[in-house]
Design a protein around this ligand. Sequence first.
Ligand SMILES: *Cc1c(COP(=O)(O)O)cnc(C)c1O
Length: 388
Amino acid sequence: MKDLKKLLQQKKEAGLYRQRRITQGPQSTELIVDDKKVINFCSNNYLGLANHPTINQAFKQGIDRYGSGSASAHLINGHSAAHHALEEELAEFTGYQRCLLFSTGYMANIGVVQALMGRGDVVLEDRLNHASLLDAGLLSGARFSRFEHASVSDARSKLSKYPEQEKMLLTDGVFSMDGDIAPLAELAQVCQQHQSYLMVDDAHGIGVLGEQGRGSLEYLGLAPSAVPVLMATLGKAFGAAGAFVAGSEDVIEYLIQNARSYIYTTAMPAALAEASRASLKLVQAENARRQKLVELIKQFRRAVAEMGYQLMDSVTPIQPIVIGDSKKALEMSQQLFAQGIHVSAIRPPTVEQGKARLRITFNADHSFGQLQQLLDALDVISKKNTLL
Ligand SMILES: *Cc1c(COP(=O)(O)O)cnc(C)c1O
């Protein structure tokens, strides 16, 4: 048997040990974390909808109408009118023929790739893809290959190696730990030339990018036809939970018949679908939330660059500061925490070795005063630590 104590100790020594902090109360720009009040710069609550009265109200009314549990899978009798309406509204929103709800984004990715790809097929992934996309590719049993981050030429050369096989190229829309946007127009073209599926995971783009909040595709001016399979989650900008896949009539129908993580799991509570329906209305109606984010990001980047920090090429609310060493990143995160600023240190294996970072994320509800407090704290720790 493995010596788990020793393995855990090794993780601690390498600065890779992870600990859960206990929070009190709802998600907001301020949080009580381990009994300390802090300003929160590490949630994916980009639009500030995770505790919005209208969505909370829809959730409560959903419980009154549907109860708390859905009690069975979608294909038995767990597929309520609320789930169905949400799917139709998401199809309308994204411009795809149909959408299919999954209980989590992780499950959506696993289900899609397992259903569409298998032994003898080829799955190609950006090497910085989210763990759930990488796992999906590996679990599908298809031949698995990674291309250099955001490199269209590497994707093209890898695709051209497999002229006979069924192929699927998978990429994040917005990369979760870097905040940059994939070159989707170019990837779409390469995929069409090589008769490969393109699947985009827009967990961090949906709701945040584009005037209507339709995500990376809207931001880049792409039609749904360029991306045959789109996955996005309802637990980040939408402030609820769950995920959906958008595609053609045939893609969705095929997933209903074959995606095991769709078939063999209990449907999300109908009340949660009602909450997401309310969220979708706000996401579309309140572009001011996105404009506020743009302003926060602009001011943050200008100020931080002057302090000598190394920023990444990101226009999104994900604004990482690369530190490099895991222990140093952890230490800096602790120094920020001591000043009342909550920013998490992201370390391997979530990011590559030597690329540990402070992952700062913005929420449209952050005030400019809170931004200033973050900047002041970063200024203090930049003087305490030698930066890369
Ligand atoms: C969060 C995330 C997921 C997983 O979604 P959940 O609904 O949290 O399971 C998938 N892909 C990306 C890029 C993500 O950031």
